[in-house]
Design a protein around this ligand. Structure first.
Ligand SMILES: NC(=O)c1ccc[n+]([C@@H]2O[C@H](COP(=O)([O-])OP(=O)(O)OC[C@H]3O[C@@H](n4cnc5c(N)ncnc54)[C@H](O)[C@@H]3O)[C@@H](O)[C@H]2O)c1
Ligand SMILES: O=C(O)C(=O)C[C@@H](O)[C@H](O)[C@H](O)COP(=O)(O)O
Ligand SMILES: [Zn+2]
Length: 359
């Protein structure tokens, strides 16, 4: 097992990465205020991993309240959040009850927001079971739900007590979901870590084949990048916005196509290609760099062609992005591989050209 730390003063916490972590209650017990946990999961993950996590905790004297939600991005909403509150109240959960998220990013975001708001805040633990959640969503404290008008529009920054990334859980992950997670791994290379990007170019097939050594390295290096960024800018007043590469476009795609039709990672992949296209038009990326970026997403079995929503529809949806300031759409763009910036200082007609995708 390898351990990293997210350094946030009194909100600091460890990220444990390794095999067989679900059945090691000693990694969870020191973080409990009281021997009672509510495990939030879904109908897909529960039959696979709920008892693996719950039974050793029960054996250690912990009361376990399972909360099993419907599965899918379409359920990351206020109605599903209410199901969590209902179960917590029905079971008379107190401020000392810890909420454990067992699942992918949808479960982590929902359970984290429930933890941030139930009784105005109860302790929270992340047990991510998708690649995307192990490399990104379980770390950094962004929690929340979607609104029909926009992605993740309601939420809170709320850090977990500990993150347990058990690599063994990836063995049951569908191939499409594995690729979706790789989109966020590629992101770290593109925004701030060119050597990691170059390593991915050589090792992508190993990652797709779930090679343990390569996967452990990719998860560790991704979490290391994210932990550094979050420690420097917890609430996204500056550098953290770089973690949004491809997301202003991607969130527009997820919303326009209907939540869950394009996976988050797929929309981020296509959105990152749009960001690269605009960076190229601005003269900040050259042909060879754009080709390298396209090639790695293709190698990871991710889409590089964004849907033709129409320029106005894209601009309308992108105008709801959380990075918008004074009505200006701020974008994460690239000035080379491993070098990125957040800016609204681009020619609007160039953005329109990028968005004029032929149907
Ligand atoms: N909070 C953040 O910082 C952050 C970062 C990135 C993404 N996100 C959010 O995360 C969500 C995407 O997360 P995701 O890609 O994990 O999707 P997801 O949570 O929908 O999980 C993908 C699918 O895999 C299933 N699954 C989970 N673990 C499994 C396993 N081990 N074996 C088999 N099936 C398994 C799930 O039930 C689901 O059907 C989006 O809502 C996105 O907005 C949040
Ligand atoms: O942690 C962050 O900061 C990120 O931006 C990570 C993203 O991968 C993630 O999808 C996040 O949920 C997007 O945040 P949002 O603020 O644009 O909703
Ligand atoms: Zn993301």
């Amino acid at each position: 097992m390898q351990t990293l730390h997210v350094d946030l003063g009194e909100r600091s916490y460890p990220i444990h990465i390794g095999r067989g972590l679900l059945t090691q209650p000693e990694l969870i017990l020191p973080h409990l205020k009281r021997k009672q946990v509510a495990i939030v999961t879904n109908t897909t993950v529960a039959p696979l991993y709920l008892e693996k996590l719950a039974q050793p905790l029960r054996d250690a004297g912990v009361k376990v309240i399972p909360i099993v939600l419907p599965d899918g991005e379409a359920y990351k909403n206020a109605a599903t959040l209410n199901l969590i509150y209902d179960a917590l109240l029905e079971n008379r959960c107190e401020r000392s009850t810890t909420i454990i998220a067992l699942g992918g990013g949808v479960i982590g975001d929902l359970a984290g927001y429930a933890a941030a708001t139930y009784l105005r805040g109860v302790p929270f633990i992340q047990v991510p079971t998708t690649l995307l959640s192990q490399v990104d969503s379980s770390v950094g404290g962004k929690t929340g739900i979607n609104h029909p008008l926009g992605k993740n529009m309601i939420g809170a920054f709320y850090q977990p007590q500990v993150v347990l990334a058990d690599i063994d859980t990836l063995s049951t992950l569908p191939a499409r979901e594995l690729s979706a997670g790789l989109a966020e791994v590629i992101k770290y290379g593109l925004i701030r870590d060119e050597p990691f990007f170059a390593w991915q170019e050589v090792n992508m097939q190993k990652l797709l084949a779930l090679d343990t050594e390569a996967m452990s390295y990719a998860i560790y290096r991704s979490c290391e990048n994210k932990a550094e960024v979050v420690a420097a800018d917890e609430r996204e007043s500056g550098e953290r916005a770089l973690l949004n590469l491809g997301h202003t476009f991607g969130h527009a795609i997820e919303n326009a196509m209907g939540y869950g039709v394009w996976l988050h990672g797929e929309a981020v992949a296509a959105g990152t290609i749009l960001a690269a296209d605009l960076s190229y038009r601005l003269g900040w990326l050259n042909d060879a760099e754009v080709e390298r970026i396209k090639a790695i997403f293709i190698e990871a079995k991710l889409p590089i062609d964004a849907p033709a929503l129409g320029v106005d529809r894209y601009l309308d949806l992108m105008g709801l992005d959380k990075k918008v300031v004074d009505g200006q759409i701020r974008l994460v763009l690239q000035q080379g591989i491993g070098k990125s910036l957040v800016t609204s200082d681009y020619d609007a007609t160039l953005l329109q050209s990028t968005l004029a995708i032929p149907a």
